[in-house]
Structure formats: C-alpha cells, structure tokens
Design a protein around this ligand. Structure first.
Ligand SMILES: Cc1cc2nc3c(=O)[nH]c(=O)nc-3n(C[C@H](O)[C@H](O)[C@H](O)COP(=O)(O)OP(=O)(O)OC[C@H]3O[C@@H](n4cnc5c(N)ncnc54)[C@H](O)[C@@H]3O)c2cc1C
Length: 520
C-alpha cells in the first residue's frame, strides 16, 4: 500500500496493494489491534468516522481494574486477566496510568462484611499483584479517610486498582501504531465493505472533505463498539446475528468534595455500585449509571434522572449532600455488551466476545475473514488484541515482526520511564524550564511523559511557548497535538487530548477553536 505522511495526516493510495488487516473503529479496541498487528509485522489500515477515542473509549470511569463486582457473576477469567493488566499497563504508560486506593465503607443491610472480605481476598490473590499494595481494614471514625463520610460508617476496606486517562491511552496507542507503519485515518467513515475476488474492498469517505476512495484488505476487523451491529447490517450488508446489548452509563463532575487522594466505592440500595474519584486535581468524578439504550448513538447525553440518581447515591454516604446544581460537567457513553435483553443491564457480561466469520465455498475455499468484537474493557484491550490476532493469524501469511505478547513490554509514546519515576521526570522538566508554572509542568509530564521534552524542544523562555490560551495551554502545545496526536478541533484538544475544557472560559475555548482552524 502506498502512503504519504505529512504532519500526522495520512493519505492512502487507492490503487495500492491490499493491507493484511483493515480495522473499522478507532476506539481502544481498534487501536489496540492496530498497534499489536503492525508490531507483529502485518500491514494495517484503521479508520474512524470521528476522532480517535471519540465515542465510548473517552467516556469510561477510567479505571484499570479487575472489577470487584464481576466476582459476584463468577467472571473469574475476566477478573484474573484484568487484574494482571493493571501492572502491565502501569509499566508501559506510567504517565497516564497510576495506582489508586479505593475506600469501600461497609453498609449494614447490604453486602455483608464477610462477603466483602472474601471478595477482596480473591481480588488480592487472583491476578498476580506485585507492586500494588494489598487490601487493609479501616476504622473510619478515627481515620481522615472517614472524615467526608456520615458518622454512621464505622468500618471499611481499602484496596488497590489503577487509573487511566482513557482518551490519551487511545491516542498514544494509535500514535505508536502509526510510528510503526500503520495507516491511521480518523474522520474517515467506512461506508461499505464487500468481499470481492478473495479480498475485502472497503469504500471510505473522508468526513471533512467528503471525498471517497477504496482500499482492499485481506482480513477485516469490526471494532465499531456500540455500532458493531450497525456495521454488520449497513456496512457489510449482512443479516445481524449480533446479540448486542447497548447500555448507557453516565458520569458527573463536581468541584472537589474532599481533600485526600483516595477514591470511594459505594454500594447503592439497588445493589449497583458507584465511584467518587479525585479528578483533574480540583474536581470529583462520580459515576456511573446503567440503563438500556435505544436512541441515536450519535446523540448520547445524560438525563436529569441520571444526574439525580448519582447525586442521591453519593449523598447517602457523604456527610454533605451533593446536589445537581454542583455539576460542572457530565459525559455519557454506551457499553456495547454481548447478551440478550430481558435481564438487568448491570447483569450483562462485561467480558469481550469475538465472532469470526470466514465461510467456505463448495470446494472448501475460505472467503476473506471478518472478525466482530463485542464488549471489552479499556483494561483488557491489549489481551483482546492478542486474542483477535490469534484468530486472524491462520487467515494471513506468516508475519516476521515482534512475537505475540510484545505489547506488554514496549512503552507507549512518552512512557519510557520507571513506574516510580514521575517525580524525577517532573523535577527535571521544572529545572530546565523554570519559567513554566509548576501546574503546567505537572500537567505536561502527566500527559506527555518523556515526550514533554519533544514538545518543549528549543524553548528558551515563556515567549517561545507562543500564545497562552489559558490554564497553561499554549500555541506550542496545539502545534504538537496537531502534528503528533491527530488533533483537528478545539474539542479534540479540550475534551480528549486534555481536559482543559473544565478550566477554560467560553471565550478562551473559542480562541482555541479559531487557532485550531487556522492550524489545520
Ligand atoms: C459508562 C462506562 C464506563 C466504563 N468504565 C470502564 C472502566 O472504568 N474501565 C474499563 O476498563 N472499561 C470501562 N468501560 C468499558 C470501555 O469503555 C469500553 O469497553 C471500550 O471503550 C469500548 O471500546 P471500543 O473500541 O469497542 O468502542 P468505541 O470506543 O466506541 O469505538 C468504536 C469506534 O468505532 C467508530 N465507528 C463506528 N462506525 C464506524 C464506521 N462505519 N466507520 C468508521 N468508524 C466507525 C466510532 O466512531 C467509534 O470511535 C466503560 C464503559 C462505559 C460506557
């Protein structure tokens, strides 16, 4: 396949050679498959109709977690795999993944203490924990961690999981795939995919220019997340055997509710659980809901009922109630879960399911394969990619790249520093660029890791950063995001590559939009 790369924009030749793997969908699952596949030596093309990570993969609770709750559903395979991934993802991306401690207050009348203890014991021992600290028991009344809670909570547990900047994980994974030779095409919709002369022919439309072109591929991956069934029906023109269940989950963000750095896991009276998590230094993130979704996937939004549900849920635990008037931002996503309607949304499996379709004709010749991905978690995307490639490999020629499992060892862009090396890296950047405010240095190192050095290359004074749009967002950073991280709009910058949208005024955001339009 011929291609030209200019400032991060990839142009694909229509007449080029077929790629080994074409991927529809640039959420975490699509980019995870793209990165693994190109590193293994196959040629890869990936398209997304919008921004990378623009759908479910930037709307998660942002936990790299085993999923304590899934133990109740005996999902031991999923929990074991997910628990082990915590330390793997932390080690390959220590700038955007880090450990968190969760406080779980014991609530009389709900799950009994012995059950919580048992669950946490299994959680501690199932997934090969090495660096993360184990569970401990808390007496909440004489502990600062109990201070924000109502006095009736006496006892609780504290356990470990990890945090991830989900939207940045997607972009960095895509960036790495592109650096290894994958063609990554955001804002490119796959209109049709048909089997033709032993290959897939994909018809693609650039959503900015409206220009259409075709590419050919040996195999196809449907990583369209909540659109998985729509792709089968509308893009592939096949009957939808899919049993996809769409479940909406929403989050609210409020000004910081407490001072310490722990998260809370609360049990709702309806048996559901929800989280209150320190967020972007000055805020608290609260989520999530679980509601069957039937509307338009391009128009997802939180309802007043969900806001009320979340506020009431956490107010049953915090000493000071949380009200809808405190909400400064909210977001919603739709989980594409595998399973039938009928049972409760929260009971549908969170495990991923892969369906390979490669029918053979009368003389046994296999048609080009397509693999549909249902469900999955941010946490397990790397293992999902390995499982996808294990199923596709027999349909491809032998590859001569890295061995299977390589993504567990190679850092994502900017993640080439030790898991306990963040402070050293931040101090180093602060020393070399003393004119940058401490909060900006911290944010840049958190977002870009060692690549903060690339962003700041040649900077000798504040003027070299260019215009300051507010909250430390500089013209130089916009250039970097356009050049290296596929950003094209203010929304890409303010709500996905960063969360500076929480801090900028409407006027400042408009200035960013104008600057981005001029840049791209
Ligand atoms: C509320 C909520 C909370 C969650 N919390 C967590 C958590 O804390 N931890 C965790 O590990 N997981 C969590 N998850 C699960 C996780 O977010 C999802 O499993 C994951 O993001 C799904 O990724 P995906 O790539 O399959 O889908 P998506 O991210 O939705 O990507 C699919 C992409 O396909 C594109 N697409 C669709 N049709 C086309 C087409 N025709 N042409 C081109 N592109 C197309 C879309 O634009 C989209 O970007 C949560 C999910 C939700 C909803």
């Amino acid at each position: 396949m011929k291609r030209a790369v200019w400032e991060g924009v990839v142009l694909v030749s229509e007449s080029g050679q077929p790629v080994d793997i074409a991927i529809i969908g640039g959420g975490i699952n699509g980019v995870g498959v793209a990165r693994d596949a190109v590193g293994r030596g196959w040629t890869v093309y990936l398209c997304d109709k919008g921004d990378l990570g623009g759908a479910t993969s930037s709307a998660s609770t942002k936990l790299v977690h085993g999923g304590l709750r899934y133990l109740e559903y005996y999902e031991f395979r999923l929990v074991r795999e997910a628990l082990a991934e915590r330390e793997v993802l932390w080690s390959v991306a220590p700038h955007i993944v880090w450990p968190l401690r969760f406080v779980l207050p014991h609530q009389r009348g709900l799950r009994p203490a012995w059950l919580l203890r048992l669950g946490l014991f299994i959680y501690d021992h199932l997934g090969g924990r090495r660096r993360l600290p184990p569970t401990s028991v808390l007496q909440l009344r004489d502990n600062p961690l109990g201070a924000p809670l109502q006095r009736r909570f006496r006892r609780g547990f504290e356990y470990s999981d990890c945090w991830v900047d989900d939207a940045r994980l997607v972009v960095l994974t895509a960036r790495d795939a592109a650096a290894r030779g994958a063609v990554i095409a955001p804002r490119t919709r796959c209109l049709a995919a048909v089997r033709e002369q032993g290959l897939w022919r994909l018809t693609l439309r650039d959503e900015v220019s409206g220009v259409q072109h075709d590419i050919r591929a040996r195999t196809l991956v449907n990583a369209a997340g909540p659109w998985v069934a729509q792709v089968i029906g509308d893009v592939l023109g096949q009957p939808e055997p899919a049993r996809v269940r769409l479940v909406q989950g929403s989050h609210i963000v409020v000004p910081r509710l407490y001072e310490h750095d722990r998260c809370y896991l609360f049990q709702g009276a309806d048996g559901r659980i929800f989280f209150a998590i320190p967020y972007e230094t000055d805020f608290t993130l609260i989520g999530t809901t679980d509601l069957d979704f039937t509307g338009d996937l391009d128009q997802i939004g939180i309802s007043a009922g969900e806001i009320d549900y979340l506020c009431r849920g956490v107010s049953a635990y915090f000493a000071t109630p949380v009200t809808p008037a405190q909400v400064v931002w909210s977001y919603s996503g739709v989980r594409p879960l595998y399973g039938e309607h009928g049972s409760r949304a929260q009971d549908a499996t969170r495990d991923y399911v892969l369906k390979l379709d490669a029918p053979s004709d009368d003389i046994g010749t296999l048609a080009p394969a397509v693999l549909h991905i249902y469900g999955g978690k941010i946490t397990t995307h790397r293992r999902l990619a390995e499982a996808v490639l294990a199923q596709l490999a027999p349909h491809l020629s032998r590859s001569f790249g890295n061995p299977a499992g390589w993504t567990a060892k190679r850092p994502l862009p900017g993640g080439d520093f030790p898991v306990d090396g963040f402070d050293a890296l931040r101090n180093n950047v602060a020393r070399r660029f003393p004119f940058l405010p401490a909060a900006t240095v911290r944010r840049l190192v958190r977002a870009y890791g060692t690549r903060a050095n690339v962003l700041l290359e040649g900077v000798r004074g504040a003027d070299d950063m260019g215009r300051d749009f507010g909250a430390g967002l500089s013209e130089r950073e916009l250039h970097y995001l356009v050049r290296y991280e596929f950003a094209r709009t203010a929304e890409d910058v303010l709500w996905r590559r960063s969360k500076l949208g929480l801090r900028l005024t409407a006027e400042q955001a408009e200035a960013v939009a104008a600057a981005m339009a001029a840049l791209v």
